[in-house]
Structure formats: C-alpha cells, structure tokens
Design a protein around this ligand. Structure first.
Ligand code: 5GP
Ligand code: MG
Length: 179
C-alpha cells in the first residue's frame, strides 16, 4: 500500500438489500420445486450468500469452495487453484454458484469447467458484481446484482488485503497500488 487511500460509497446497505431481495425472488421462481446446492466461493461470498439464502425460501443445501489464483493480489492471474473442494456430491444436483465479483472471468470459467466435470444437473452463476467491461474470457453470469465498469470495490464481504469485509455497504477504494 502506498500514498493516501480513500473509500467512496458506491452501493448503500439499503440499495444492496433491495437488490438481494429482487435476486432472491427471481431465483426462487427459477428454482421452484428443486433443492439446489448453493455453492459459495470463499471468502468474498460470505455476507452476500448469507443474505441471499435467507430470502430464497427454498430448501437449499449450502456448500463452499475456496479458490486462489497466483500472482497479483487485486486481479486474478489466470492460474486458478482449488484449495478447498466441495464437501458434498454435486452429481445430478442443480448447482447455484455464489461469487462476489466476476472480473476477467478467469476464476469462474475455471470453476465452470471443474463443476461440469462432476456431473451436476445444471450449473448457474449468481454474482454480486459484474465488471463485464474487463472480461478477458467469454463468461456470462446468469444472475447479476450490480454492473460496475471499473474500480476496486470493498465492503459487504469484499476485501482489500483482508480488510474492509465487515462494512455493510460497498465502497470503491482509490489511492492503492491496485487502482
Ligand atoms: P476474475 O477471475 O474474474 O478476474 O476475478 C474474480 C476475482 O477477483 C473475484 O472473485 C475477486 O476475488 C477478485 N476481484 C476482482 N475485482 C475485485 C474488486 O473490485 N474488489 C475485490 N475485493 N475483489 C475483486
Ligand atoms: Mg474471489
């Protein structure tokens, strides 16, 4: 970290909660009469996913994976490693992946390939934030909370170097080496 850094509110807690409710209503309709596995990508998903599943009104099973990508801390380098795999069988199950942000698309493209090799009945992706303008691989999320063109976001589970995850709103951080 170098120089002065500042954070600016991008999405307030109220705006986030309203959007999560809309996403949950949409998901509840699409997954009606199914028992999906909601698969969170740690750690960034933890607040979003806990708000989402409580509003789904569906008998979901919850599981997590942990992924890491080598290289830069603020963007993924393309080499993805799964440090924690799913702990339950996904074969024949509808799987809904919950992730904080899709940026270049490398992380979720990799995860999509991995999950499809496990034989689920379907795999869909719900992301809190889509930075579609920065995409390097062809990847489309099925459910998107917010579209953001650029900037490094923190809060509501999102970190910069493990800081800021606790903030109830989403902020853009500037003045870091990341931006
Ligand atoms: P991708 O593989 O799509 O380039 O990167 C996705 C991952 O990069 C996300 O899961 C997230 O961990 C990280 N990332 C990308 N943009 C941001 C951001 O603005 N804020 C935070 N905290 N993480 C980000
Ligand atoms: Mg992540």
């Amino acid at each position: 970290m170098s120089g002065q850094s500042s954070i600016k509110l991008v999405f307030s807690p109220e705006v986030i909660q309203r959007r999560v409710q809309e996403l949950a209503a949409h998901l509840a309709e699409d997954y009606a009469d199914t028992e999906p596995v909601v698969l969170g990508v740690l750690k960034g998903c933890f607040i979003f996913m806990s708000d989402l599943v409580r509003r789904l009104n569906l008998p979901v099973e919850v599981d997590f994976v942990r992924l890491s990508s080598y290289g830069a801390s603020d963007t993924s380098s393309g080499t993805v490693e799964m440090t924690t795999p799913p702990s339950i069988s996904l074969e024949g199950r509808p799987v809904l992946v919950v992730e904080d942000i899709v940026d270049t698309g490398r992380t979720l493209s990799w995860l999509q390939q991995y999950l499809e090799s496990l034989g689920p009945s379907s795999v869909r992706f719900c992301v809190l934030v889509d930075k579609a303008e920065r995409r390097e691989l062809d990847f489309d999320a099925d459910y998107v909370g917010f579209h953001v063109p650029k900037g490094f976001l923190v809060g509501y589970g999102l970190d910069y170097d493990e800081r800021y995850r606790f903030l109830p709103g989403i902020y853009e951080i500037t003045g870091q080496e990341s931006s």
